[in-house]
Design a protein around this ligand. Structure first.
Ligand SMILES: [Fe+2]
Length: 366
C-alpha cells in the first residue's frame, strides 16, 4: 500500500500581505489541485473542541430509532436537507451497491430566492432535529468551511494567473451545502472484505472542504485510527507505468482540514485542476464507525459550466462541452447517484408537447 503525505496549504500564507508567502501557498495549491486534486489545509481556525462536540450531537441523532428520524427523511427534495438514510446514495461505478453511510444535509448560508423558484429541491429550507446544539454548531462549522473554501478558490485564481473574481464570481447565492456523514459499522462478515464505506467517485461541485473526521471504537468511544488500512484513498493520474493510476492513501496531519477539486472546477479550468477519484475504506476490524463533516461549494445554479476563456481550446471544448447550467448539471448528477428520481430529467427543457396534447384532449364545447 502506498501512502502519500498531502501537500499542505497554509491559509495564513494564502491570505498574507507578504507576496513571497502568498506565492508559496499558491504554488502548493497549483501542485496539489493540478496533480492530485487534493490538499491539506492548515490555519483554518476551526475550534476542534466544537467540532468534536458537534460530532457527539450528530452521533446522538444517528442513534435515534429510524421512526424518530422519519420527518427529516425527505426524498421529495432529493435528501438535500435533513437525513439521508443508510442504503440510499450510490456512487455511479458502484453497480447498485449503496455506500455504507447515513448523512445529514443543511445549507449554512443564505440562498438565492430566484434560483429557489427554479430548483426548490437544491435550495430548500433547512430542517433540524431536536438535539442539543446540533443546528448552531452545524451552521458555525459549515460557515467556517465555506470561508476556507472561498479563500482557496481565490488562491486558485492567483495560482492560475486569472483575474480576481473569475472563479469566486460563481459562488454568491449558490446552493452550497454542508453534510455530516456517519459511516456504518461493518459486521464480522463484512469487515476486511472489498466492501467500502464510500465507493470510488469524484465530487461534482466546485470545491469540497472536509473538516477532519473522527473514528469511534465498537464501544462508542472516540479512538485513534484503528489501522493503516482505513480512511481516504485517491487514484493518482495515469502514467505509462500505471495506466490505471495507483490507489494511494492520502494522509494529512492531525487537526488539518482537507480540500478537494470537484468536477465543476475541473470543467472551468479544462482539466488544469483535477477532480480526483477517491474512496473511503473501512477499518479491517468490525464495529468501528466514523463521523465526518464536509462542505460542498457549488457554482450558482444559473451559471454556465464551460472552460473559461483562459483555458479554452478545441480539445477542451470536446472534453468538457457542450456548456451546461450548473443547476442542470446538479439535477443530472443527483439522478445518477440515486438521490433524485429518474423522472427529474423530464423537468428539463420545454413542456410544449404536453401542453399541446392537453389542449387536443379538451372536449369541444360547441
Ligand atoms: Fe467525495
Amino acid at each position: 500500500m502506498h501512502t502519500l503525505d498531502l501537500p499542505i496549504v497554509d491559509l495564513d500564507d494564502l491570505l498574507s500581505d507578504d507576496a513571497a508567502r502568498n506565492d508559496k501557498a499558491a504554488a502548493t495549491l497549483k501542485h496539489g489541485y493540478g496533480e492530485l486534486g487534493l490538499t491539506a489545509v492548515a490555519g483554518h481556525g476551526l475550534d476542534q473542541d466544537r467540532l468534536e462536540r458537534f460530532y457527539g450531537d450528530f452521533r446522538q441523532f444517528v442513534s435515534l430509532q429510524p421512526e424518530a428520524k422519519t420527518a427529516l427523511n425527505r426524498p421529495d427534495i432529493w435528501y438535500q436537507r435533513g437525513w439521508t438514510p443508510p442504503n440510499t446514495e450510490q456512487a455511479v461505478v458502484a453497480g447498485g451497491q449503496p455506500d455504507f453511510k447515513e448523512c445529514y444535509f443543511a445549507a449554512p448560508l443564505p440562498l438565492d430566492p430566484l434560483a429557489r423558484s427554479y430548483h426548490p429541491e437544491l435550495f430548500a429550507e433547512n430542517l433540524w432535529p431536536e438535539v442539543d446544539d446540533f443546528s448552531t454548531d452545524y451552521l458555525h462549522i459549515g460557515r467556517r468551511m465555506h470561508e476556507v473554501g472561498e479563500a482557496l478558490l481565490g488562491g486558485c485564481e492567483r495560482a492560475l494567473g486569472l483575474d480576481e473574481g473569475e472563479l469566486t464570481r460563481f459562488l454568491p447565492g449558490a446552493a452550497h451545502v454542508s453534510r455530516a456523514l456517519s459511516y456504518l459499522p461493518m459486521s464480522a462478515e463484512q469487515a476486511g472484505t472489498d466492501i467500502l464505506w464510500g465507493e470510488e467517485h469524484t465530487d461534482f461541485n466546485l470545491l469540497t472542504v472536509l473538516a477532519g473526521g473522527r473514528f469511534y471504537a465498537p464501544s462508542g468511544e472516540m479512538a485513534p485510527r484503528p489501522d493503516d488500512h482505513s480512511g481516504l484513498y485517491l487514484r493518482t493520474p495515469a502514467t505509462a507505468e500505471h495506466p490505471r493510476g495507483r490507489m494511494v492513501r492520502g494522509v494529512a496531519p492531525k487537526g488539518m482540514m482537507l480540500s478537494q477539486v470537484g468536477q465543476q472546477l475541473e470543467i472551468l479550468t479544462a482539466g488544469v485542476l483535477q477532480a480526483t477519484p477517491h474512496v473511503i475504506k473501512a477499518p479491517t476490524a468490525p464495529g468501528w464507525t466514523r463521523a465526518s463533516m464536509a462542505h460542498f461549494l457549488h457554482a450558482h445554479a444559473m451559471k454556465t459550466l464551460a472552460p473559461l476563456p483562459a483555458f479554452w481550446s478545441e480539445q477542451a471544448a470536446k472534453a468538457y462541452g457542450p456548456p451546461v447550467l450548473a443547476g442542470t448539471y446538479a439535477m443530472k448528477t443527483l439522478v445518477d447517484i440515486a438521490l433524485a428520481p429518474a423522472s427529474t430529467l423530464d423537468k428539463l427543457g420545454y413542456r410544449h408537447y404536453d401542453r399541446l396534447a392537453g389542449i387536443r384532449e379538451v372536449e369541444d364545447a360547441t
